[in-house]
Design a protein around this ligand. Sequence first.
Ligand code: PHE
Length: 336
Amino acid sequence: MISAESVDKLKSDALRLIESAGDENFLVDLRVKLLGKKGELTQLMKQLGQVDAEQRKEFGGLLNKAKQEVEQSLSSKQKILSDQARRAKLEKEWIDVTLPKKQPLVSDAPGSLHPIFQVQQELEDIFRGLGFTVVDGPEVEKEYYNFEALNIPATHPARDMQDTIWTTAGDLLRTHTSSIQVRALENVKNTPPLRIVAPGKVFRYERVDASHGHTFYQMEGMMIDREVTVGHLIYFMRTLLRQIFGFDPKIRLRPGYFPFVEPGFELDIWFNEKWMELLPCGLIHPKVLEYGGIDPDKWQGFAFGLGLSRLVMSRYKINDIRHLQSSDLRFLRQFS
Ligand code: PHE
């Protein structure tokens, strides 16, 4: 039955529970438990009807006061808890806008083409203007295209001069862009004339130093037509060099031996007061034409293997071939 003590006990229990509440949900439940329709305080209120008028007045006053205190306590606790929750959320989602932004790994400056590629593109333009097509070929090459079809059989000593890395499947990293020659001939089969250039990476098993790299760039050129002579070869080489250097450099042809040309030459240019070996070339050997399925009695051709890396080095006065493969930005930025 309702008594002053029972009201007092309910109140102090309720206040203690409210005080101990750790989150807002618990508080919501507590409000129902105390003040809801079937809440403990509500139940006591209902009992007021069963006591006499005197007591009803006394307990009624006590109950009202208790209810007020509980409500007050509930709402102030609710405010404290919601403040806490908000602060915790802010803490968790806090972003320090004063932090410096992440530095990019390299730089914000726009990239630029590698000097080799710049010169390569320039050469491609020159050759397109002369009616050549730019073609491509695999860097991991068949022994056949790199050696055999170029009239360099397995026993030929010229193979020793171009040692390279072989795959377990018996293919190799091409030692020169001349591997394109027979591939290109096979493509046109019986329908010359043909003019192609093929720029790209080549590989040699070399002791690396300032002028020898294991990886460097060449540009192969080949022209097939009727009655091609050394005169045509010289004409095209001169035109090429004039465009590259902007003037007519002095040139000389020396005999040079390559099994896939006959006659073969080393074309040197007079550069920086000395002869520089730049362009091995020659008339395509009849056997190579045959390997490519072309009748050497009807068609002839010339081929050259321009040393792209070497040309870039001489143009920009680069003293060490290793810079070209270094990816060193201090080097590369000079060409942007
Ligand atoms: N492929 C030869 C080399 O790398 C160069 C060459 C190409 C010579 C074409 C003659 C004709 O040494």
